[in-house]
Ligand binder design. Sequence first.
Ligand code: SF4
Ligand code: SF4
Length: 135
Amino acid sequence: MIEIVDAAACIACDVCVKVCPTDVFDRGVDGIPVIARQSDCQTCFMCEAYCPVDALYVSPVSGPVGPESPHADAATVTRAGLFGGYREMVGWGRGRTSGALRDRNPLLKAVPPLPESRLPAPSTVADTPWNHTDG
Ligand code: SF4
Ligand code: SF4
């Protein structure tokens, strides 16, 4: 659940306000987003992933952690290097390799026969690996 906006790092770009699927943020008068409806957060991490300056922290806990929790303490989160930690993990941001390029899951090249006749089956969906750069 969204826990912290680092107002000092925020550049008031509004991206998090726009990408949040459940309208958790309000734009503050100074442009810094305000967590206005925390209970509507669905812990999707999209705001953190899109923030260009790593000014957000979404806790991996799906409910509010409470004021005593280290997940709600900006200094602790900063020391742990977790502002924008999800963005870093998925490889978004300059100089990083995206998670899609690092993915090593088995490649799906065809779908099994379907019970309905609406789609031909099996259907080849890829002749070559489409999610790996090195084949
Ligand atoms: S984690 Fe998802 S639902 Fe929660 S504030 Fe961020 S974008 Fe909105
Ligand atoms: S995306 Fe980041 S920099 Fe932009 S308004 Fe939100 S917190 Fe601030």
